[in-house]
Design a protein around this ligand. Structure first.
Ligand code: XMP
Length: 317
């Protein structure tokens, strides 16, 4: 019968046979799938697995350093690529959701190409594809946009003449988590909420600036930390904050303010295809709201999104 231990043993053997003395390049996201796939490959071929993790300037507060540290702690051969300014420059002034996604995807591919040029010894591309990705042939975002970050390298393997290795192709998410646990992947990675490849770029409605990113990072950190503090993090499937491009009037002391709004989103779901808004306790919402308004400069209003999917999507863009 299937056990995580037997899967790891057989897969590692199979991967070392398949890859032989070759080198593999892999982009990691800090998420469950790419991390577990990389851990299996690392067990099979050691430092001939070359990983990189990109800071696209759209990650959450401290995420780049924390994820990089976790990977180093796990012994992975990982390089951090600080591309924040490149992404911000490329996105400057752009407010269409589709165009923003395309810009982010294109820059990611550019960086991937640069990484592969920097590693001419590489002949394989590692990917964290899992079984539901294999069977999910139609994107929920329509034909021009892919929904999973590993699909964001579409077209790359042919162009770079890389063979593809996907150690998790036959596994469901819960099996991926069990395999990760078996290999000692830290729990904070295995239990992480899904986070979209374009990151905060699709949670800042309208055009993106480094100032807006910093503002949303603060609000998001308050929200997520309180979810953990209240024991609610594992009760919801995904949660995040959205920065709305509207200003509204508020009052502080005897002054009127005219500042921005943050929306809180939390959903319960099985696979992200349908979702219900989470019925979070009022005392939790009250705490988050006052902490955000008192601590994040430029925000004077917090609202809670009570929309189900469909018709509302989980992300706002
Ligand atoms: P929606 O917003 O379509 O999202 O209800 C469903 C799930 O997919 C994630 N998502 C994305 N993931 N690139 C990604 O890697 C994207 O462009 C993207 N758009 C949405 C979303 O966070 C949710 O988990």
């Amino acid at each position: 019968s299937w056990t995580p231990a037997s899967f790891v043993e057989e897969k590692v053997e199979e991967l070392s046979q398949l890859v032989g003395d070759d080198h593999v390049l892999m982009a990691l996201s800090g998420g469950v799938d790419s991390t577990v796939a990389a851990t299996l490959l690392h067990k099979a071929i050691g430092n001939r697995l070359h990983c990189f993790f990109v800071d696209n300037g759209l990650l959450r507060k401290n995420e780049f350093q924390e994820v990089l540290d976790s990977y180093k702690g796990m012994g992975l051969n990982i390089e951090g690529v600080d591309a924040r300014q490149r992404f911000w420059d490329a996105l400057a002034g752009e407010s269409s959701p589709e165009t923003k996604r395309k810009i982010i995807g294109r820059l990611f591919i550019e960086i991937f190409e640069e990484e592969s040029e920097a590693h001419p010894e590489v002949s394989w591309l590692g990917q964290g594809t899992i079984y539901p990705d294999v069977i999910e042939s139609v994107s929920v975002h329509g034909p021009s946009v892919t929904i999973k970050s590993h699909h964001n390298v579409g077209g790359l393997p042919e162009k770079l003449k890389l063979k593809i290795v996907e150690p998790l192709r036959m596994l469901f998410k819960d099996e991926v988590r069990r395999v990760g646990k078996e290999m000692g992947v830290p729990n904070h990675i295995l239990s992480r909420h899904p986070f979209p490849g374009p990151g905060l770029g699709i949670r800042i409605l309208g055009s993106i600036t480094p100032e807006k990113v910093a503002m949303l990072q603060e609000a998001d950190a308050i929200y997520i930390n309180n979810l953990r503090k209240f024991g609610l993090y594992d009760e919801v499937w995904q949660a995040g904050t959205i920065l709305l491009p509207v200003q509204s009037v508020g009052v502080m002391g005897d002054e009127r303010t005219y500042e921005q709004t943050v929306a809180l989103r939390a959903v319960n779901s099985l696979d992200g295809m349908t979702a219900e808004w989470s019925q979070l306790p009022y005392d939790f919402l009250a705490t988050v709201s006052s902490e955000i308004i008192n601590n994040v400069k430029g925000i004077n209003r917090v609202v809670y999104d009570i929309s189900t999917k469909p018709p509302a999507t989980i992300e706002w863009e």
